[in-house]
Design a protein around this ligand. Sequence first.
Ligand code: UDP
Length: 328
Amino acid sequence: MRVLITGAAGFLGSHLTDRFLREGHEVVGLDNFITGSPENIAHLTGNERFRFIRHNISDFTYIAGPLEGVLHFASPASPIDYLELPIQTLKVGSLGTLNALGIAKAKGARFFLASTSEVYGDPLVHPQTEDYWGNVNPIGPRGVYDEAKRFAEAVTMAYHRYHAIDTRIVRIFNTYGPRMRPQDGRVVSNFIVQALNREPLTVYGDGSQTRSFCYVDDEVEGIYRLFMNGDAGPTNIGNPDEYTVKELAEIVLELTRSSSEISYQPLPTDDPKVRRPNIERARETLGWEPRVPVREGVARTIEYFRTLLASAQPGTRTVHGSAPLVVR
Ligand code: UDP
């Protein structure tokens, strides 16, 4: 197959690109590097089955040649990113999704949308099943991401129904692993980098809010199976093993053997109190379930950041095009 992956230089997009290439497919990768990084795809230089185009999918996009798949993964995905880039986030979920769907329609390709557990908002149903409509504040600061992804799901289903395009929607739950940026802002990378730098771990609120953390290899396996063998219904792909944020902080402290303390910080607006996927649909339709336990995945991610921080020169420098990282 020849597929287009938007956001190919991002955390998930680059792992997915690797997976398609490993399976023998050709990938056209698109990214504008606003949150993605050239370092995530640097190892693909010279790979004849990979072609990279630096471009914003929210602008008009023309891709030459045939395509069998269009996978739309471009979007800021960390709360601090989409708070800083609210308009770009809304555009890539709306205009970007329309452009990507237009390409899929023109090429007769299957379309795959990277959606999110954020469509459930601060959920009143727990764990979250795909038939739950969610509890989202459309005008809050998180609304730019949540509503963009909800619109993206709506327009994907409209193209499916009206234009008979073969479509997939994955709802991704908190995924972590190598290639997250040190200053990404999400909880797993924050805690690990803070613990390794012997800085306080910033727990927002009292740390009693829960998340369910999926290791990137498991997430990519679920996404690949959904693309190949799934159907048009939205599908949760995540690890149902649920932890409070405080428990996660303790796991990171234990696995890094760090003496960092916990520093309690204000809870961001509309921060969901609980989140856990019901994955029965993925189990039944794809035979998929996560395999990497949180302690193992976090240990692998610690090794990644340890190497990354050790390879940085002492002083202040930029890693992965992110905000300056203080390396001690
Ligand atoms: N969080 C935290 N400390 C941090 C970063 C995040 O306590 O340094 C909390 C955040 O308030 C949320 C949870 O961890 O309750 C997950 O946050 P993240 O930004 O990783 O993703 P979200 O699930 O909110 O999109």
